[in-house]
Every structure is written in structure tokens, then in C-alpha cells.
Design a protein around this ligand. Structure first.
Ligand SMILES: Cc1cc2nc3c(=O)[nH]c(=O)nc-3n(C[C@H](O)[C@H](O)[C@H](O)COP(=O)(O)OP(=O)(O)OC[C@H]3O[C@@H](n4cnc5c(N)ncnc54)[C@H](O)[C@@H]3O)c2cc1C
Ligand code: SF4
Length: 327
């Protein structure tokens, strides 16, 4: 690991200014992703600013009946919060499906939003990777790409976003709140927060240098049946090959009245397709699930080892819809 200097900030403004002031500076939350990447020298920060003592560790109600989750709230604490379990069960379930208890005890809300792809070649500094070293090439294209994207990929990068939390937050229409080094604040809809790779896969979010995540807000509860289905290689300690966060209101007879569905494991950002949600509401029975899957998979493309994700997504969606509409 390359040596770096360390600073423990005590206010959000100090933290944002400190990172903006030094080239190569970065924030650290739980450190469960940043330190792994620093040890491999995939990331080589010159200065690390600890954001764990900024007072951003609370979960509070908002004036409009929603919830504000501080950036430093641990994944375990968020999953266990009674308001989250009762009103945003899909988020609690997504969090509990991620990593392990020990990791969830350290991992923070902001760190989870910004965790980097698990593409094998991104972690291997001996291999070309446009995300790690722009212009060097993409080893996953034509290489082993079992965990890679089938949607939203480009000829520069086919990585996926590995977060479970973000998939549930996408279904819940969360908003990311930030503080910039000049004191300005922003509220960024999670839909716009992560970027698709395009020709600049190294640019992963819309954050500017030194911009600190301070909180994530959830709108008021939407009710419905909320489930998170994660398909992976092992029952724990594994990232999603395909995941679905679903919030569905259905009649006792199984007719879907409202649906929200976000998908993980398919693209470099949580994937949501309004036309798929509309297909579930307009149609009925198993045919509606097939039409929804057609909409989700419009434009899907496998790259060899990950071709299986296309039928797997369809089967997972079918199973989720059967579960939430069971009379
Ligand atoms: C073995 C293993 C298995 C895992 N399995 C899963 C899984 O199944 N599902 C899943 O979702 N995740 C999984 N994870 C990933 C884990 O969830 C992430 O490592 C964790 O959420 C990152 O949070 P952190 O607080 O430790 O972030 P850090 O490592 O501290 O930081 C990550 C990034 O966020 C930035 N950052 C931190 N705080 C802020 C802030 N306030 N503002 C701006 N930038 C900030 C840092 O600069 C860094 O770039 C796994 C990790 C490991 C090691
Ligand atoms: S898929 Fe993206 S992260 Fe993986 S090697 Fe290609 S450019 Fe790098």
C-alpha cells in the first residue's frame, strides 16, 4: 500500500474542504472497500479524511413523513431500525442480504453508495482496465465476464454496480444529499446519482471533487408488499448475479394495482424500467410477468460467460411476481 496522510474531520464543512484542498485526497467511512482497493494499489490516495465523527450517524423523520439517513449510519443499524423494518422493508431486506454481519457493522450508507465494481480485472492491476486506467482497454470484453452487465454497458466497460442497498433505494426513489467544499448543498435523485460507463467509465457518479455525502432521504412510506430477491452463487458473502427490489400493491385476487421494481447485477447502476411496471399493472397473470420481463430485457446483451443472466432475470422476475401476487 502507498503511504498516505490521515486527518480526522469534525465537521462536514471541514471534511469537504480538506478533500478539495489536496489532489488525490479522499474520504473514508467504514473503510471496507477503500482499504481493500488501497492495499491492492487500485486506489492510491495521498490523503485520507475520516468522516465518522461528523455527527452524520442519525436516522430521523422528515417534515413530509419520510426518513433522513445520515451518511455514516452503519448498514446493520439501518437494517435494524424499526421504522425501516416497518415502512421500508425492501431496504432492510436488501441490506441484510449484503456481505456479512461484520462488514455490515462497519459499512456506512455513503460508502455503500460509492463502493466500486467487483469486476475481477478492475482489481488486478496487471490487466488493462479503462475504469482504473482510462484508455488501457477492457479485459472483461472477450474475457471472463460472468458477473458483468447485460444492460447499459458500452464498448469501454461492461462492469456492474455491486450494491444491494442502492437497488432498494432506487425502488424507493431515494435522494442523496451532499455538501460541496464551497458550502453549497445538493439533493440528487438516486436515479441520476450513478452514471453509465459510456466513453468515460472512470467517472462513476455525478459527485464533484470534494463533494461530501451527508444523508440519504426516503419519501414517505408507500406500503405494499416489499421483497428483495437476490440470486447469487452462495447463500451469503456473495454479490448478486441478479437481484430484484419489488414493491407491489395487489388485490386479493392477484391483480397488480401498483408496482415498483428495481434490478441489481444487470448494469453499472440500479436498473428501473417504468414500462415494465406499467406492463404488470395493465396485464394479468403470468403473461403480465412475461411482458414486464420483455420490457426489462429490451436491448439486453450478453458477452459470453454472462449470457445466462438474460434467462435468469426473466425467471427471477417471474418468481418475484408470483410471490407478491399470491392470493
Ligand atoms: C467480502 C465482501 C463482501 C461484500 N458483499 C457485499 C454484498 O453482497 N452486497 C453489497 O451491497 N456490498 C457488499 N460488500 C461491499 C460493502 O457493502 C462495501 O464495502 C461497503 O458498503 C462500503 O462502505 P464503507 O463505509 O466501508 O466505505 P469505504 O470503504 O469507507 O468508502 C467507499 C467509498 O466511499 C467514499 N465515501 C465514504 N464516505 C463518504 C461520504 N460521506 N461522502 C463521499 N464519499 C464517501 C470513500 O471515499 C470511498 O471512495 C462486500 C464487501 C466485502 C469486502
Ligand atoms: S468491465 Fe470495466 S471495470 Fe472491468 S475491465 Fe472492463 S473497463 Fe475495467
Amino acid at each position: 500500500m502507498k503511504a498516505f496522510t490521515f486527518q480526522r474531520a469534525v465537521t462536514p464543512a471541514e471534511a469537504a474542504r480538506a478533500v478539495a484542498a489536496k489532489p488525490g485526497a479522499t474520504f473514508i467511512g467504514g473503510g471496507t472497500n477503500l482499504l481493500d482497493l488501497a492495499k491492492l494499489e487500485v486506489e492510491t490516495p495521498s490523503h485520507v479524511v475520516d468522516v465518522n465523527r461528523l455527527g452524520l450517524d442519525k436516522i430521523e423523520g422528515t417534515a413530509d413523513g419520510g426518513l433522513r439517513i445520515g451518511a455514516s449510519v452503519r448498514n446493520s443499524d439501518l437494517a435494524a431500525d424499526m421504522r425501516v423494518r416497518r415502512d421500508y422493508a425492501v431496504l432492510s431486506r436488501a441490506l441484510l442480504s449484503g456481505a456479512t454481519g461484520q462488514l455490515r457493522n462497519k459499512a456506512t450508507t455513503a460508502g455503500n453508495l460509492l463502493q466500486r465494481t467487483r469486476c475481477y480485472y478492475f482489481y488486478d492491476v496487471t490487466k488493462p482496465c479503462n475504469k482504473r486506467e482510462p484508455g488501457s482497454g477492457c479485459s472483461a470484453l472477450g474475457g471472463f465476464n460472468r458477473i458483468h452487465a447485460i444492460l447499459g454497458a458500452s464498448d469501454k466497460c461492461i462492469a456492474t454496480n455491486p450494491s444491494d442497498m442502492c437497488v432498494a433505494m432506487r425502488a424507493l426513489d431515494a435522494t442523496v444529499e451532499t455538501l460541496q467544499p464551497d458550502g453549497a448543498t445538493r439533493a440528487i435523485p438516486i436515479e441520476d446519482f450513478h452514471r453509465l460507463p459510456g466513453s468515460t467509465p472512470e467517472v462513476e457518479t455525478v459527485l464533484k471533487p470534494g463533494e461530501l455525502i451527508t444523508a440519504v432521504t426516503l419519501p414517505k412510506p408507500v406500503g405494499g408488499t416489499q421483497i428483495y430477491r437476490k440470486v447469487r452463487d452462495r447463500a451469503s458473502y456473495a454479490f448478486a448475479l441478479v437481484s430484484v427490489a419489488a414493491i407491489v400493491h395487489a388485490d386479493p385476487g392477484g391483480k397488480v394495482r401498483q408496482a415498483r421494481m428495481a434490478f441489481g447485477g444487470l448494469a453499472l447502476k440500479p436498473w428501473r424500467v417504468p414500462a415494465a411496471e406499467a406492463a404488470l399493472v395493465q396485464g394479468s397473470g403470468p403473461a403480465a410477468a412475461e411482458e414486464a420481463a420483455d420490457e426489462v430485457l429490451r436491448g439486453a446483451r450478453g458477452f459470453g460467460s454472462n449470457d445466462f443472466k438474460i434467462p435468469l432475470t426473466r425467471r427471477t422476475l417471474r418468481s418475484v411476481v408470483a410471490d407478491v401476487t399470491r392470493a
